[in-house]
Design a protein around this ligand. Sequence first.
Ligand code: IMP
Length: 197
Amino acid sequence: MKLLIATHNNKKKTELQRILSPLGIEVVTAEDIGCELRDVEETGTTFEENARIKAVAGCEDSGIACIADDSGLCVDYLNGEPGVYSARYSGVHGNDEANIDKLLNNLEGVGRKDRTARFVCAACCAFPDGKVITVRGECEGEILTERHGSGGFGYDPVFMSGGKSFGEITAEEKDAMSHRGKALKLMSEELKKIITE
Ligand code: IMP
């Protein structure tokens, strides 16, 4: 079975390949199969909606099953912000440093017990027959008052779970506990059921 991943992010491709190849699934990108994917606007108000928008569009454009994910950070003290706006929290899409600065400013003076947060990842797989599977993974933690470690990406240096920041752990350690690792594990279980049906 061939599965298109609707992303240009090579890290996500490698991660999906690692998790899904034992099931006999070949994960490909649009470039791999010479297909042009249209740019879709992430207009959803939930991670699930945005993942579905991307997966359905990718399936329609390529004609093969397509998997997409949408993720972000939800901080309780900020009523769930930055949420689906995590990548563009500071106003500039993908500016990790500015996003972290804004987050730390908004939590200035807030005590440790009120800095609880979770990373959330929704993954969606859309099939040419119209079937859609959506799963969700979450990872609980807290927002530190300053950056720790230089690994990972996004908000990793200020998100602590299990005693260390996500900027201080290895990719393998992060996979084992992260929102994305959990969502992809659930997705691989769902895909296993479909393959053996
Ligand atoms: P995307 O939807 O997966 O591209 O992620 C949206 C944004 O959420 C990213 O730009 C990051 O700011 C944040 N984010 C999602 N997952 C992670 C993570 O594992 N670590 C740090 N930041 C993340």
